[in-house]
Ligand binder design. Structure first.
Ligand code: FPP
Length: 234
């Protein structure tokens, strides 16, 4: 195993809309291309030995987009899941969703459950899809669950520490991302994995998400390898 490789890469797949606009096409065209880019990338990342990829597919803030775009994204996700289930024997990738799934429509929630079940025995890369995901929302939901467990007497106030808190987050079984990638020239976290990215390295590229490719992934990993990670030490 290559110890200098990040085990977990988190990706903010930004720029689908602009990519479509440049081609005089609707935004949905860009999202569709973005989903294909993700699939290509997953295969490559699995090959080089990345263990986890978390993508921001739909944020708690994305509901304010037009009904048309929200529906497109939800339908695209359903299609993506259906395709995976149909061709499931061909894939090595294990998938689950993070975020507050209770706000998604029942059909999508059921599809996610089925997808997680079907892929649970896979041995390849773990893909975590952020759906109605927001870092602050995740932290608030964790705080509520901790409070409930204190009320029930399952834990004591003094048991609360960083490790315990982490175990109440959606990412409880996932190592923190060592590398966060954002495409399309924007340089902000936009409420993605707030707790988990405390010590992450960041890689920003002007490439729009549908144009992201293996070359760009390798650039990001190369830059990561050359960073001096001190974790607050010297
Ligand atoms: C940001 O680009 C992208 C999104 C809000 C959605 C990302 C979704 C996908 C790539 C496809 C579906 C995902 C899966 C897992 C199948 P933007 O629309 O904000 O682009 P813009 O900034 O150029 O307008």
């Amino acid at each position: 195993m290559d110890n200098s490789l990040p085990r977990h890469i988190a990706i903010i797949m930004d720029g689908n809309g602009r990519w479509a606009k440049k081609r005089f096409m609707p935004r949905s065209f860009g999202h569709r291309a973005g989903a294909q880019t993700l699939n290509k990338l997953l295969k490559e990342a699995d090959k080089i030995g990345i263990e986890h990829i978390t993508v921001y597919a739909f944020s708690t803030e994305n509901w304010v987009r037009s009904d048309d775009e929200v529906n497109t994204l939800m339908n695209l996700l359903k299609e993506y899941i259906e395709d995976y289930i149909k061709d499931n024997s061909k894939s090595n990738i294990k998938i689950d969703a993070i975020g507050d799934l209770s706000r998604l429509d029942e059909d999508l929630q059921n599809k996610i459950k089925k997808l997680e079940k079907i892929s649970s025995h896979k041995k390849g890369l773990n893909l975590h899809i952020g759906l109605n995901y927001g870092g602050r929302d995740e932290i608030v939901r964790a705080a509520k669950k901790i409070f409930e467990d204190i009320e029930k007497g399952n834990i004591l106030k003094n048991d609360i520490n960083e490790n315990l808190f982490s175990s109440y987050l959606d990412t409880k079984n996932i190592p923190d991302p060592e590398l966060v990638i954002r495409t399309s020239g924007e340089q902000r976290l936009s409420n993605f994995l707030l707790w988990q990215s405390s010590y992450s390295e960041f890689y920003f590229t002007d490439k729009l998400w549908p144009d992201f490719d293996i070359k760009e992934l390798n650039n990001a990993i190369e830059q990561f390898k050359n960073r001096d990670r001190r974790f607050g030490g010297r």
